[in-house]
Design a protein around this ligand. Structure first.
Ligand code: SF4
Length: 340
């Protein structure tokens, strides 16, 4: 058996994994290993440990290999490395910035906007993003069993104004294909549903998630399928991600991307322009650029609105219109996202 040798400052050679589930189970889940694998000095460890106590680290190898070792400013690293600032209390930053607790009529279902509902299809993610607006979400209370899904399905069935079901999470693709195939089949049996939308970061984090089993249920449904990926920086899109996107497109899945504008990750015009260009090369259309939702523990990622607007105004000079994401904010209680 080959040993997994760790050389400080370089990722250990990836173990040969045969499935996305194995890759997920082998993800890095502790600060010491993360710092060691990326050659980060001892000064990063206390902050990483403090942040990890509030929101667990989770970084799979497939994502880690895209992070530059020995560089604490790497834009991918900043998305996954906890720092001491996460422990600071910042006025105005809260645990439920979108007030989703007010829009959960049924366990596992969020109904905020007309014509569409969101289903929490899995409480797990393949990566824990430090800026996540659901980092405090009570997932344990919203992981419905199959019997409880029947209640959510009945809710959709009785409201003929609902045309779209959005699978979200956590990351919905962290659920098993058996479960997702069943849920999709149930949704497709509701005549007034037209579209299935899947909000996921898994094809980016572990591209092997786009395997034959996933493609089988995706291509079998009568529902039009849209996958909204979550990519914040061009360096996240390597050839494995491009290949995964190609497999999805070959099955007729429409690919869009939403990003979050994050200080120290993508808050410059060249970085945002490179992201849009790279997305298009991978067959993905830029959709939304979200301003940061004020979640407790992640205030250090926030950018003032004036700066965000100035960035986007300058970005217009560098991109054709179809590669411009819409700068939006989600305001609790509003009937849609609010363009800035
Ligand atoms: S993958 Fe999405 S839901 Fe999961 S931690 Fe990252 S931002 Fe949050």
């Amino acid at each position: 058996m080959q040993e997994n040798i760790i050389i400080a400052g370089h990722p250990a050679p990836a173990q040969v994994s045969t499935s996305w589930q194995q890759q997920l189970s082998q993800a890095i889940r502790d600060p010491d290993t993360l710092c060691q694998r990326l050659g980060l000095g001892a000064q990063w460890l206390p902050g990483a440990q403090a942040g990890h106590r509030l929101f667990d680290i989770c970084v799979p190898d497939a994502y880690l290999t895209r992070i530059k070792p020995n560089d604490p400013n790497d834009p991918l690293l900043r998305q996954v490395l906890p720092i001491g600032d996460e422990t600071l209390a910042s006025p105005g930053y809260v645990t439920d910035p979108l007030e989703e607790a007010d829009h959960r009529p049924i366990k596992g279902l969020i109904h905020k906007y007309a014509n569409r509902v969101l289903l929490i299809a899995s409480p797990a993610c393949a990566i824990n993003c430090r800026y996540c607006f659901r980092r405090h979400f009570p997932y344990s209370e919203h992981s419905p069993s199959r019997a409880q899904w029947q209640e959510a399905l009945a809710y959709i069935r009785q409201d003929t104004s609902i045309h779209e079901a959005i699978l979200s999470g956590g990351d919905p693709l962290a659920a098993s294909d058996r479960q997702l195939a069943w849920l999709t089949e149930q949704l497709a049996s509701i005549p007034h549903l037209k579209r299935l939308r899947i909000h996921t970061r898994l094809p980016v984090v572990i591209p092997d998630r786009v395997d034959d089993a996933l493609l089988a249920w995706l291509s079998a449904t009568r529902l039009q399928t849209v996958m909204v990926l979550h990519i914040n920086h061009a360096n996240e899109i390597d050839q494995t991600v491009v290949d995964a996107c190609t497999r999805l497109k070959q099955k007729g899945v429409t690919l869009l991307n939403q990003s979050v504008l994050l200080k120290g990750v993508n808050d410059s015009v060249p970085t945002l322009a490179a992201l849009s260009e790279r997305l298009f090369e991978a067959g993905i259309l830029p959709y939304y650029l979200h301003v940061f939702d004020p979640v407790q523990g992640a205030a250090h990622f926030d950018i003032p609105d004036a700066e965000a607007k100035a960035l986007v105004t300058q970005l217009l000079e560098h991109l054709p219109g179809f590669l411009m994401p819409r700068l939006v904010r989600e305001i609790p209680g509003k009937a849609s996202k609010t363009p800035l």
